[in-house]
Design a protein around this ligand. Structure first.
Ligand code: ATP
Ligand code: MG
Length: 573
């Protein structure tokens, strides 16, 4: 593509509406434009990126045996009423009406449509399993559309739905999809983790999310590469610390801690690290009383885990300060286990503390040298907290690391949730009607583009992983008006590279060299060539690798071979 023929506007300033870097750079590099809240146009250069992502997704879905279809975006309300989701889906659903006053929605997802298709098209067990997919525009009326393409209202999703006679068959396709997803994100050159999204309930349907790792991610992920464990921090089990609790060594003492209610204040004042302080949280109990949850001072309560305890009222509710005072005689912030007459459930790490600091059950006082068993009753124990970096992996492979992630894919075993409600049946070997078992598999195709930028950028702009870059190579021609020889040589190289199958962006504009350099960096094409009068004198071209910044002079006759080697190189980008 010749830049001289493209109306391309980049922005020097960061647009005020863009909070995250991907949104800023997508706008600044002229890849997308906002039409209205959460709705965007893909400009020519941006669309090239989207198409490359789609291509990889399509190839891997085809390879895994899925069949491409294209379903309508507009869906009749009746189907959603059959599954009960017309009422349940809420305000995320964009509802529309036709001239005959019939209700429709703009599809946020397609379970109803595909299940309707399957019950019409599929008759016999012999036709199963089957896996349909599409790459299509979705609409979700998100409460807070933000972060550009990351949480848009209109966005592009690859969604797939599989139909089976039984769970065993679903299991096979589900694993094939998990593998296809891993191949897709690997091929795109993204660092990602496959995260167990299981509710943890026995018999619960299986589900996994695929997260691109990036500091701006909405989710925190705990993972261990040695044993391949990965889970949302909230879902990861925190194991009890190894070894026995140390024996009490220090005497129990009360210390004045006026006005100091938080662990930070107490820990700083007493010069005791938060890891040796006990935090008590008082919540409503299921029997109408209150229950104390004990955590190590540096740990954070996991409300999902705590909410599952039988002793705790549902939903998990903090006891009011008045109730705390009435039941313990001390205000919140000064509660401790010594002499406390309510049930204490301690996180495993809190139960392993010895000689610790805790509230003194008296306003303005804490206690040091507190020990379970000696000074306070042995607590019941449970896993109550979020894991932290360094905790042992539940997979046994060593310490957990924690990183932030962006959900780009989600695979799910649906079972018969939709097929039962919509009576999607086929005849089995005995001629009996059987409700089909289903799986569904989503990828946020447009979100991938944003996630890739969140993961791959620097202060000068985007640094595309090579497989997603709008071009393989950008060729800058310096001052083309000044030298016909430079222009002619650039044209020849442009032709040569394109004939060899490379996607090349030729910057043949009549623009200042400084502008060309800056805009090429902003756009983030992995390989840059620069040709000007000076380099032509040496019969050479200047090469620069966008990610590493490494520069090299390459003889004009060697350019093609040099780039072919670079492009074939193992490292993406
Ligand atoms: P989220 O938790 O981020 O709202 P979700 O779990 O509701 O997403 P799914 O129903 O699993 O989303 O949809 C499949 C994929 O579609 C997601 O993994 C995500 O990559 C993408 N996606 C979902 N909502 C949006 C959105 N508003 N904008 C862009 N992509 C989205
Ligand atoms: Mg999801």
């Amino acid at each position: 593509m010749r830049l001289s023929q493209l109306p391309w506007t980049t922005l020097k300033e960061t647009p005020a509406e863009a909070e995250v870097i991907s949104h800023q750079l997508l706008l600044r590099a002229g890849l997308i434009r906002r039409l209205t809240s959460g709705i965007f146009t893909w400009l020519p250069l941006g669309l090239r990126v989207l198409r490359r992502v789609e291509q990889v997704v399509r190839e891997e879905m085809d390879r895994a045996g899925a069949l491409e279809v294209l379903m309508p975006a507009v869906q009749p309300a009746e189907l959603w009423q059959e599954t009960g989701r017309w009422d349940r889906y809420g305000d995320l659903l964009l509802r529309i009406r036709d001239r005959q006053e019939r209700d429709y929605c703009f599809g946020p997802t397609h379970e109803e449509i595909i299940t309707d298709l399957a019950r019409r098209e599929l008759r016999s067990y012999r036709q199963l399993p089957v896996n349909y997919y599409q790459i299509q525009t979705k609409f979700r009326d998100e409460i807070r559309p933000r972060f550009g393409l990351m949480r848009a209202r209109e966005f592009i999703m690859k969604d797939a739905y599989s139909f089976h006679m039984d769970q065993a068959s679903l299991e096979v396709t589900y694993q094939a999809m998990a593998q296809a997803y891993a191949r897709i994100f690997t091929r795109l050159g993204l660092r990602f983790r496959t995260v167990e999204a299981d509710s943890g309930e026995i018999g619960g349907s299986r589900s996994q999310e695929f997260h691109v790792l990036a500091d701006s991610g909405e989710d925190a992920i705990a993972f261990c590469d040695a044993d391949r464990f990965a889970a949302n921090v909230e879902a990861a089990p925190a194991l009890p610390p190894p070894g026995a609790r140390p024996a009490p060594g220090a005497p129990l003492q009360a210390v004045a801690t006026p006005q100091m209610r938080s662990i930070e204040e107490v820990s700083a004042f007493l010069k005791v690290p938060a890891t040796r302080c006990l935090k008590l949280l008082l919540v409503e109990g299921s029997d109408g009383g209150i229950v104390a949850l004990a955590l190590r001072g540096d740990h954070v309560l996991n409300t999902v885990k705590a909410g599952r305890l039988a002793q705790v009222a549902k939903p998990l509710t903090l006891a009011s300060p008045e109730r705390v005072l009435a039941l313990t005689g001390a205000p919140t912030g000064f509660i401790g286990p010594v002499g406390l007459r309510i049930a204490v459930i301690a996180d495993h790490a809190a139960a392993a503390l010895a000689d610790f600091v805790a509230g003194g059950n008296r306003e303005g006082f804490h206690q040091t040298g507190v020990n379970w068993g000696r000074d306070a009753a042995e607590p019941a124990t449970a896993d109550l907290r979020n894991v932290v970096a360094g905790d042992p992996s539940p997979g046994g492979g060593g310490p957990l690391a924690i990183a932030r992630g962006i959900e780009v894919g989600h695979i799910f075993q649906l079972g018969d949730k939709y097929s039962q409600a919509m009576k999607a049946v086929v005849l089995d070997q005995d001629g009996q009607e059987r409700v089909m078992t289903m799986g569904c598999y989503g990828i946020g195709v447009s979100r991938i583009v944003a996630a890739a930028i969140e993961q791959n950028h620097d202060e000068d702009g985007i640094v595309w992983p090579a497989p997603m870059s709008p071009f393989d190579v950008v060729l800058l021609v310096l001052n083309p008006k000044n030298s016909e020889a430079v222009t002619a040589t650039a044209e020849a190289i442009y032709l040569e590279l394109r004939q060899a199958g490379m996607e090349v962006l030729l910057d043949d504009r009549d623009a200042r060299p400084g502008v060309k350099f800056a805009e090429a960096d902003l756009l983030g094409v992995p390989h840059r060539l620069v040709l000007g009068e000076r380099s032509l004198k040496d019969a050479a071209i200047e090469y620069r690798h966008r990610r590493s910044g490494a520069e090299e002079k390459v003889a004009l006759g060697d350019v093609l071979e040099f780039l072919q080697q670079r492009l074939a190189g193992a490292a993406p980008g």
